[in-house]
Design a binder for this molecule. Structure first.
Ligand code: C2E
Ligand code: MG
Ligand code: MG
Ligand code: MG
Length: 292
């Protein structure tokens, strides 16, 4: 009986399902090859400090330069990675890529004081024994500390957190890598975990940001969530900011950071470098005299 089907129902494996299953198996083996041959790439999306309108960091987002299908977004392959047991390897590849990149930037550029790259971490990576040790070794190899990194975790992980996860979170804190709650407000939020959670920031999900200008109610809702985040002693990052009005409103609600297409889409490392060196301005700069 297939997973998710009601009791007593017999799942019929149709030819269409056969094809889907075959394609999935194919995707998993292509992804395994992609990991071995460096077809993956970290893109970076600037995160802006709304109080100073300057770049405070970037989120690293995985892309796959597929030899036939072109540049693929995570939605096209993360599920396959999970299913194929490749998430830990993919996460480690990303950490290696990002830490190497940050090491080069830190040597070649003067990075902003508070600069951090935010890396998405899947639950399986935190449940896997030695994430902190792995990161510490990479950092040491680059001669940098954890101050340039923060790891994004989802609420889903927190409700099922066990010993290994707790140990990893503690070890990450010891090497100076803070945690951040991603997609805040979409998931399994039990408000009580906020009190015990060692996270520095929370990211307000795009689904909340997107309605900001449309309804008064939505604005009040986001305002209350920001209060909650601040009361818990965290900073707030708003995702999915696409218009100037959203950025202005978030600033007036004391949201510290924002990211979204209004400032920049996720870009290749070279373009992110141009943002950091001042060779390129954020899109928002053209739209707002404060960016001049
Ligand atoms: P996320 O962590 O919530 O990342 C934000 C997503 O919103 C990114 O999609 C980004 O491109 C998109 N985005 C940013 N600004 C805007 C905007 O203004 N409007 C709209 N419509 N979208 C915006 P992306 O790159 O497709 O990534 C999707 C998800 O895949 C991420 O959501 C994250 O959960 C996951 N992901 C990405 N990279 C990694 C990775 O290296 N490891 C793991 N475990 N997950 C990853
Ligand atoms: Mg994220
Ligand atoms: Mg997010
Ligand atoms: Mg999101």
């Amino acid at each position: 009986q297939a997973k998710g089907e009601g009791k007593g129902r017999v799942a019929i494996f149709t030819p269409v399902m056969h094809r889907a299953a075959r394609e999935r198996v194919q995707l998993i083996s292509e992804l395994r090859r992609a990991l071995a041959t460096d077809q993956l790439e970290a893109f970076y999306q600037p995160i802006v400090d709304l109080r100073t309108d300057s770049v405070a960091g970037a989120e690293a987002l995985v892309r796959w330069r597929h030899p036939e299908r072109g540049l693929l977004p995570p939605a096209a392959f993360l599920e396959a990675a999970e299913e194929g047991g490749l998430m830990v390897e993919l996460g480690r590849w990303m950490l290696g890529s990002v830490i190497g990149q940050v090491g080069r930037w830190s040597r070649e550029l003067t990075l902003p004081e508070c600069f951090r790259v935010h890396v998405n971490i899947s639950p399986s990576e935190l449940r896997h024994g030695d994430l902190a040790e792995f990161a510490a070794d990479l950092l040491q190899g680059e001669g940098i500390t954890g101050r340039y990194l923060t790891l994004e975790i989802t609420e889903a992980l927190l409700v099922t957190r066990g010993d290994v996860v707790d140990r990893n979170m503690e070890a990450l804190r010891e090497i100076g890598i803070p945690l951040e709650i991603d997609d805040f407000g979409t998931g399994y939020s039990s408000i009580s975990y906020l009190q015990s959670l060692p996270a520095e920031n929370a990211k307000i999900d795009q689904s909340l940001t997107s309605g900001l200008l449309l309804e008064d109610r939505q604005r009040q809702f986001v305002s209350a969530i920001l209060d909650l985040i601040h009361t818990a002693g965290m900073g707030a990052v708003a995702e999915g900011v696409e218009e100037r009005g959203q950025a202005d409103l978030l600033r007036s609600l004391n949201c510290e950071y924002a990211q979204g297409y209004y400032f920049s889409r996720p870009v290749p490392a070279e373009t992110m470098r141009d943002y950091l060196s001042g060779a390129r301005q954020l899109a928002a700069a053209a739209d707002d005299t404060r960016w001049a």
